[in-house]
Structure formats: structure tokens, C-alpha cells
Design a protein around this ligand. Structure first.
Ligand SMILES: NC(=O)c1ccc[n+]([C@@H]2O[C@H](COP(=O)([O-])OP(=O)(O)OC[C@H]3O[C@@H](n4cnc5c(N)ncnc54)[C@H](O)[C@@H]3O)[C@@H](O)[C@H]2O)c1
Length: 167
């Protein structure tokens, strides 16, 4: 399904009106499109947790003020913030992340703290809050330099950072 048909053809099968969703990174590219979809199909609650590190609030401005939308400006590195964001949530879509392999080589601690520790914080907070389902976005970067498309989990290449560090 392409991004454009996603809006005209619903791909969910359940009634969303009684479900609550947390979209971390919900102000980013993928997250804000998920928010738009969920709002369009009358999800019971759509909560965004985003620290606006790499995105603009403009992406979710149209939803601010809607009764079923809530924006929490906060950081997934903050465990208390993660706990608050997961309260009364049925489903989590975890999209908050710091992209770019070159950036992770330049500043590995920042990338690790968000993509690894922040991810773990969200898993623990979701478990403790009784979240029913947790879906997260990975990255094609995990396949390293393997050239074959489409990517398959069993076909991983060499880590990209080796090449980058050698430059
Ligand atoms: N866009 C793509 O084509 C693509 C392809 C494959 C995988 N992905 C993955 O999907 C996920 C989302 O990608 P995207 O393109 O929407 O990225 P994006 O950069 O547009 O969105 C990421 C969001 O996370 C937020 N964020 C970053 N650090 C945070 C923190 N510490 N606490 C709270 N929020 C934080 C940013 O402010 C931003 O809004 C990423 O994991 C990415 O690797 C994206």
C-alpha cells in the first residue's frame, strides 16, 4: 500500500474509536503520517511523545486542540516521561530515533542514548503500563553494506561504520 492510498483505503480491521495510541517521534516524518491516519479514522486517543529534536511542531499543528489528540513534549531518555506517556495506552508505535550512520559515528553516545537506551526505556514503560502491543521502526542501516534488495533479515552485510571510520 502506498502512502497516498493509505489515506483513502483503511488498512485496519478493528474499530479504532475505543483504542488509545502513543506515537513516539510523532512529530517526525513517519510519526506525523501515522498520527494523521489515526485521527482520520477516529482513534479514541492519539498521544505523541516527541522532544522536537529533529522535527518541527508544524507537522502536528493541525491536530493540536482536537479532543482525541495530546502532545507531550518530552524525551525518551527520561524514564519518568516514558512512564507518563504510556499511562492508559493500548498500543505504542515507537518512531522516536536519531537517524544517520555518519552522525552515530561522530557522536556515538547521543545515538546510543536515544536509539538503544531510549528504546529500552520505552519497552520497560510499555510493559509496566500493560500496553497490549508495541511496534517499532528499525532501519535499513542494520543490513550494513549488503547490496541485495529487498532486504532480508538473514542477509546482513558488514557494518557501515567500518567504511565510514576508514575515510
Ligand atoms: N523515513 C524513512 O524512510 C525510514 C526508513 C526506514 C526506517 N525508518 C525509521 O523510522 C523511524 C522514524 O523515522 P522518521 O523518518 O520519521 O524520522 P524523523 O527524524 O522524521 O522522526 C524521528 C522523531 O523522533 C524525535 N526524537 C528524536 N530523539 C528523540 C528523543 N530523545 N525523545 C523523543 N523524541 C525524539 C524527533 O524529534 C523526530 O520527530 C526511525 O527509527 C527510522 O530509522 C525511517
Amino acid at each position: 500500500m502506498t502512502a497516498s492510498t493509505m489515506y483513502t483505503t483503511p488498512f485496519h480491521t478493528q474499530d479504532l474509536t475505543k483504542l488509545s495510541f502513543l506515537i513516539t517521534g510523532g512529530s517526525g516524518f513517519i510519526g506525523s503520517n501515522l498520527v494523521e491516519y489515526l485521527i482520520k479514522y477516529n482513534a479514541g486517543k492519539v498521544r505523541v511523545l516527541d522532544n522536537l529534536l529533529t522535527s518541527s511542531i508544524d507537522n502536528i499543528k493541525p491536530f493540536i486542540g482536537l479532543p482525541n489528540f495530546e502532545f507531550i513534549e518530552g524525551d525518551i531518555r527520561d524514564t519518568e516521561m516514558c512512564r507518563k506517556a504510556c499511562e492508559n495506552i493500548d498500543l505504542v508505535s515507537h518512531q522516536a530515533a536519531l537517524g544517520s550512520v555518519p552522525r552515530s559515528v561522530k557522536d556515538p553516545q547521543a545515538t546510543h542514548s536515544i536509539n538503544a537506551t531510549g528504546f529500552l526505556n520505552m519497552l520497560v514503560a510499555s510493559r509496566d503500563a500493560g500496553v497490549k502491543r508495541f511496534v517499532y521502526a528499525s532501519s535499513s542501516s542494520v543490513y550494513g553494506d549488503h547490496p541485495v534488495l529487498p532486504k532480508k533479515e538473514e542477509e546482513t552485510g558488514n557494518p557501515l561504520f567500518v567504511t565510514l571510520c576508514g575515510e
